[in-house]
Design a protein. Sequence first.
Length: 71
Amino acid sequence: MTSENSNKDDNSFMHFAALKTAIVNGETQTVKSLISEHSMQELEKSYLIDLANLNNNSAVLALLKGIPVKK
């Protein structure tokens, strides 16, 4: 694996971790900015929706449900 691919994977992991943290903290604006113009795998989306359900934050749930799924 080249360092370019490694950096891309690291950035993707950090982005997902930041998104999970924002969901848990109920930071709607942060979630909105992190998901803008992004798509994700169905499993990732499902996991984030489950995480948001724990906090009962309907605004965050609505944002997550609107994320397009990669095919």
